[in-house]
Design a protein. Structure first.
Length: 359
């Protein structure tokens, strides 16, 4: 007798099985339709509460361009500088990422915060305007209640108290925003990879504050970036200028000594007198030659400094009135319906799955 082969069953799921399963799930949702309906109503209510509590913000953006030195036309300058001992000044491309990093640096933001502006008829530090606008002045950074609304009274950071430092650090974190939520920052910067045009934006709930904050931040950032870019060349220019003034002072002194010697020894023909006069003349010639070389160094250094100074060109600046950014009521309702409905369906199907597991 031949042995009968065992029938093997596979775990393959056919399209018919999937269709039946989805139909069963759909019927379950229809059976308990009120659960998704309740979740949708709650989702819409939550989105509506966010809509009516939302305060419109005013974005003020400045677009600008940084003149970049590609180094092609100034190759002759490096050779000329090498003749005067000033080699090493090489044309470099300005790093836009460096500007982005500086825009979030505490050094630049501090300078911006302690400039005085007029908002709603009140002249004060930008820091104090932000504290009042966002009601941050009622406690310190650790959440301890203060005796009264906090306010910065001076801009001397070196003599700040501990409470002032804590409030400053809290305010700095509030302006740059959380690292994982860049959209919550009051200040932001970015640039276009194709055009290298940079954008600096300030977004607050006060139109005047947004305008002033973006403008002062742009000024502080530009000034600090330019100063740091030419710091080495500025130091070289100061040194050669000091050398020029020093040589000129010694030359003038030697010329005066020679003139005084000739006035006091008029008509004397002693050899020692002639030797002194000869030494003074030789010293004047040497100093004159040295002074000419130093003048060349000063001119080359001055040309290099002016040539290497970054040129930041403003393209567009914000003007009043600024259109506020508002939320869309329809969009909020749709979000509440979709999220609430999804949560309700998950709850219904989860109950069915739980019942089947228990059974």
């Amino acid at each position: 007798m031949e042995e009968q082969q065992p029938i093997t069953q596979t775990d393959e799921i056919t399209f018919r099985d999937l269709s039946l399963k989805f139909r069963e799930m759909f019927r379950e949702i229809l059976r308990y339709w009120y659960i998704p309906a309740i979740c949708m109503a709650l989702g819409v209510a939550y989105q509506l509460s966010k809509y009516f509590q939302y305060v419109p913000v005013y974005p003020a953006s400045i677009t600008f361009n940084v003149d970049e030195d590609e180094g092609g036309s100034n190759s002759g300058l490096s050779g000329m500088l090498g003749q005067f001992g000033l080699a090493g000044v090489r044309p470099t491309r300005y790093n836009l990422d460096k500007i982005l990093a500086l825009s979030k640096s505490r050094r630049v933001i501090q300078e911006t915060l302690f400039t005085r502006i007029n908002v709603d008829g009140k002249d004060d530090f930008i820091a104090n305007h932000i504290l009042r606008e966002y009601k941050l002045a009622e406690g310190n950074a650790k959440g301890k209640k203060a005796k009264g609304p906090f306010s910065f009274t001076h801009d001397s950071l070196e003599i700040f108290t501990k409470d002032e430092n804590e409030m400053l650090l809290m305010l700095y974190g509030f302006i740059v925003g959380p690292p994982n939520k860049p959209k919550e920052a009051l200040l932001s910067a970015d640039y276009n990879d194709d055009t290298n045009i940079m954008t600096l934006s300030a977004t607050t709930t006060n139109e005047d504050l947004s305008l002033a904050l973006s403008q002062r931040m742009f000024e502080s950032l530009s000034r600090y970036y330019i100063d740091k870019s030419i710091e080495k060349l500025s130091k070289t220019y100061r040194l050669v200028s000091m050398k020029r003034d020093s040589v000129l002072g010694v030359l003038k002194s030697a010329e005066y000594q020679l003139a005084n010697f000739r006035d006091t020894h008029r008509g004397l023909l002693m050899r020692t007198d002639q030797l002194t006069e000869l030494r003074l003349q030789r010293e004047i010639v040497a100093l004159t030659t040295m002074y000419g070389e130093v003048i060349k160094n000063v001119e080359v250094s001055d040309f290099s400094l002016k040539n290497k100074t970054p040129f930041i060109q403003t393209i567009d600046t914000p003007i009043e009135p600024i259109a506020p950014v508002k939320l869309s009521l329809v969009r909020k309702i749709l979000i509440g319906l979709v999220i609430g409905g999804a949560i309700g369906c998950v709850v219904v199907l989860g109950r069915k799955l739980l019942r089947s597991i228990v059974a």
